[in-house]
Write a protein that binds this ligand. Structure first.
Ligand code: GRF
Length: 193
């Protein structure tokens, strides 16, 4: 059985979508562990309410950095839980060598734009500010860059005239919740996981 580990910093709606896809059987997997660098994140409460093992990644006061030794600890927690594929779902720190080397080509991310356009934070707001006509959602394999790894699945979305960043983000999230479980399933099959 495909065993997932989820890393998130925020609301965890993508984690919920993955769980829902598992429940209805469109994704054959289990979530073995949910980890968050934000002790107050809703993603941890969601995990608790579903009885999924969860823990805080303690970055010891580092605001944005993901220190190497913390990445090693994170990799150990994921391995102990038997994880074969790691899914970033709104995880706000850059993953580097210690964690990437522990899970080579086995860390995925979902990003709210049509990469390579608008990498980085609040990509939906970047798209509105740039007066772009379209944006979308990308699921990709994580490498050491910021939102740069090989693309697994993308879906395009037209930006409506005068659409606010918040409204656009809501429509983007509907797509995210549909395509992330699908991309995980496709990618896992392609690797025989
Ligand atoms: C999503 O928009 C995702 O694309 C981005 O961060 C957001 C996380 O949302 N990387 P959630 O925590 O899954 O609700």
């Amino acid at each position: 059985m495909l065993t997932l580990g989820i890393l998130g910093s925020g609301s965890g709606s993508n984690m919920q979508a993955i769980l829902d896809a598992i429940t209805v059987g469109t994704l054959q997997a289990k979530i073995a562990i949910v980890l968050s660098d934000n002790p107050k994140a809703l993603i941890l409460k969601r995990a608790a309410s579903h009885g999924i093992p969860h823990a805080v990644i303690d970055c010891e006061g580092h605001k944005n950095k993901f220190p190497d030794y913390v990445q090693i600890e994170t990799a150990e927690k994921l391995k102990q839980a038997g994880v074969d594929l790691v899914c970033l779902a709104g995880f706000m720190r850059l993953v580097k060598a210690p964690l990437l080397d522990a899970f080579p080509s086995k860390i995925l991310n979902i990003h709210p734009s049509l990469l390579p356009a608008f990498p980085g934070v609040a990509a939906w707001a970047q798209a509105v500010e740039a007066k772009a006509k379209e944006t979308g959602v990308t699921v990709h394999v994580v490498d050491s860059g910021m939102d740069t790894g090989p693309v697994i699945l993308q879906e395009k979305l037209d930006i409506l005239p005068d659409e606010t960043a918040d409204a656009l983000h809501k429509r983007i999230q509907v797509i995210e919740h549909r395509i992330y479980p699908l991309a995980i399933s496709q990618y896992a099959h392609s690797l025989n996981l």
